[in-house]
Design a protein around this ligand. Sequence first.
Ligand code: HEC
Length: 141
Amino acid sequence: MLGKAALGLKCGMGVAALCALSLALPGLLGPLAAEKDLTGRGRVLVEQNCGRCHAPGKEGDSPHAEARPFRTLSSKYPVEDLAESLAEGIVSGHPEMPIFVFEPQDVAAIIDYLESIQDVPAAAPGEAPAEAPAETPPQAE
Ligand code: HEC
């Protein structure tokens, strides 16, 4: 991109303000830049939509005691298994959890992000997860 190259050039010439601007630009471009950073986009979606109940990151407890921290999901099932639920409407069987329906690109971002924070690495398809505690699946009831 021409604009970017020009900024890069100014950067090299030591124009500090422009240099800072070119670094800040990707963030300001919003959705466009976020498309490139799938994981970051998923993180924002998860934090905004799920964070008030589920711990959305690598650390911390869930604000809602019964909502499991997302980093523990893969100990129960492969995170990709959620893709269908996210696209068609996730129903946890818990009246407090709203039904979400996400666009395919948002589903991909969310799955990508969730996979990036798992405590237990994703199990290979068809294989039992490493330490699977016996619990009921989300759709139970
Ligand atoms: C208003 C609070 C609330 C919000 C917001 C919320 N959840 Fe939940 N969620 C819960 C509760 C409470 C449970 C546990 C009870 C249950 O499984 O029915 C749960 C359970 C789940 C489960 C099942 C976990 C398991 O044990 O297998 C998944 C997956 C899940 N939520 C995903 C999401 C995603 C993804 C979002 C955001 C798009 C979200 N939740 C937003 C409250 C919430």
